[in-house]
Design a protein around this ligand. Structure first.
Ligand code: F6R
Length: 241
């Protein structure tokens, strides 16, 4: 079962996880980080700015969880742009060592396998940061995703497009498809750290930690992992038994 840590607020969650990441980088200067986007990991990235000040991070490697399909990489809400803006630039990471799945439509049929091969060649992910969708998705593995799935193209649910419309001028501009690390890919990371805050995530957190293991609750896949930590505030923990 995942270890659940209840913290006061998202800032405290960010500090806790940033500490763990700083310790990892101190042990291994070329650590491989699994990077999530969305709002949840932002306090982690903010706390890391202080934690890593003065630390040589030039060898740190990273793999983003997912990317939209069919938006230009230079679009401000492409996950490539978000990872550059929120992680690579502020932390001073080496851009060529930080990877994001290729969401270009041209060659998309090979992009998943190529991404998995890159992760494998890097020796796997040491610590994977995860958020969770209100519908229980991790990465963009929407309900119905196989626990054995690899990086591939998926269709975003209406719920996820509505949730993410806040990043775009209108819901019609939210892409329909994404390329996401599969649940099987994510489960290969050596440490999973799932964060969630607020009542809106409480059911998804309860399903992930205590729900039945089923493809219809993709977050429940973390129960199969030998080292999964769930960092939540009181509200997100409120439906745990
Ligand atoms: C983002 C990702 C998604 C988000 C989830 C929660 O890379 O893979 O699973 O973590 O949609 O999004 P936020 O954090 O915006 O609530």
């Amino acid at each position: 079962m995942a270890e659940v840590v209840i913290v006061e607020n998202s800032a405290a969650a960010g500090e806790l996880v940033a500490d763990e990441i700083a310790r990892l980088i101190a042990r291994r200067s070329d650590a491989v980080l699994g990077l999530a986007t969305g709002s949840t990991p932002l306090p982690v990235y903010a706390a890391l700015r202080n934690r890593l000040a003065g630390v040589d991070v030039s060898h740190v490697r990273g793999f983003a969880l997912d990317e939209y399909v069919g938006i230009d990489p230079s679009h401000p809400e492409s996950y490539r742009s978000v990872i550059s803006r929120e992680v690579v630039e502020p932390l001073g990471l080496t851009p060529s060592l930080i990877h994001v799945p290729n969401g270009a439509e041209d060659g998309i049929e090979h992009a998943g396998a190529e991404y998995d091969a890159k992760i494998r060649a890097a020796g796997g992910v040491d610590l994977q940061i995860l958020g969770i969708g209100t519908d229980g998705h991790i990465g963009f593995n929407e309900p119905g995703s196989s626990f054995a799935s690899r990086t591939r193209v998926k269709t975003l649910t209406v719920q996820t497009r509505e949730d993410n419309a806040r990043f775009f001028d209108s819901i019609d501009l939210v892409p329909m498809h994404c390329i996401t690390q599969g649940l099987g890919t994510i489960l290969e990371a050596r440490h999973l750290v799932l964060l969630a805050y607020g009542e809106g995530k409480a059911q998804a957190v309860a399903d992930a930690v205590e729900g039945p293991l089923t493809a219809f609750l993709p977050g429940s896949a973390i129960q199969l992992h030998p080292h999964a930590t769930v960092v939540v505030d009181e509200a997100a923990a409120s439906k745990l038994k």
